[in-house]
Design a protein. Structure first.
Length: 270
């Protein structure tokens, strides 16, 4: 059930991208999709709260003890320093997905390739995502490899963000069609990196709190996606790009500090 709602969270932003490109009843459709998106996220989060490990035995515990342990399991991860340092990267992984769905297709691909070219650009994006996911998954073996791969994916996406922020302009001819497709491929590769490496990273760092850690992953991803879709109608592309660059810098700083300092001392102590 929870995985179905996770799929819905990824489906509705894509559907909103397509519907936002249509002229008729766009505001009504967008409001409806926002409502369904948030409702699905809320219901999925509520269902996720009922998850428990197999070792736990709730039947023999008093009600107040169960509630106390439940609240502790929800709040405890937010007090963990490793979780706090990785939250910006979890949030950025959702931001960059929503940026492609909401902003990149509407303000970059559509003016250059037209509505009919959005499907092709997203196909290139998906191909880069899939190929990178396969390769990155095979190359993942340790915390050091995760660090290198994440930095590589972040570097590719930073190139696209700075390109759009400072150097990109709509042009005609062959280059005008190639540039959006090239950027889509680079963004897809970056998304593949974050999808595979974040799951691997969470599994490596939180072996004893796997359920809570993966819940944090989906929580911050989904929340960041919702933020982008709500802000998209009200801020400019330049402001969105500046926000993305700032979020990427903060995410990388926290991630590198985690891998280079905190986790090194954690491993040496164990």
């Amino acid at each position: 059930m929870i995985w179905k709602f996770s799929c819905l969270l990824h489906y509705f932003p894509t559907l909103n991208t397509v519907m936002s490109l249509q002229e008729s009843d766009s505001s009504t459709n967008t409001s409806l999709l926002f409502t369904v998106f948030l409702g699905s996220m809320l219901l999925g989060g509520i269902l996720m709260c009922f998850l428990s490990t197999r070792e736990e035995k709730w039947e023999g515990q008093p009600a107040h003890s169960s509630v106390k342990s439940f609240l502790k399991s929800v709040i405890a991860p937010l007090l963990e320093r490793r979780v706090l340092l990785i939250i910006p990267l979890l949030a950025y992984s959702g931001l960059q997905q929503a940026f492609v769905w909401a902003e990149f297709t509407k303000r970059i691909v559509k003016p250059a390739l037209g509505v009919s070219g959005v499907g092709g650009a997203m196909a290139v994006y998906g191909a880069g995502d899939a190929i990178c996911s396969i390769l990155a998954g095979r190359l993942t073996s340790s915390l050091a490899s995760v660090t290198l791969i994440v930095c590589g994916g972040a570097f590719l996406q930073s190139i696209v963000l700075f390109w759009l922020l400072f150097g990109y302009s709509l042009t005609s001819g062959l280059l005008g069609s190639v540039y959006p497709l090239l950027m889509a491929a680079m963004l897809g590769v970056g998304n593949g990196v974050f999808n595979t490496q974040l799951n691997a990273l969470v599994g490596m760092l939180f072996k004893r709190e796997t359920e809570a850690a993966f819940a944090q992953l989906k929580l911050w991803q989904s929340g960041a996606i919702a933020v982008i879709f709500f802000l998209s109608p009200y801020i400019s592309l330049q402001a969105m790009l500046i926000t993305m660059v700032a979020a990427l810098c903060i995410a990388l700083f926290g991630f590198l500090y985690l891998t280079l300092h905190v986790e090194r001392s954690f491993l040496s102590a164990s």
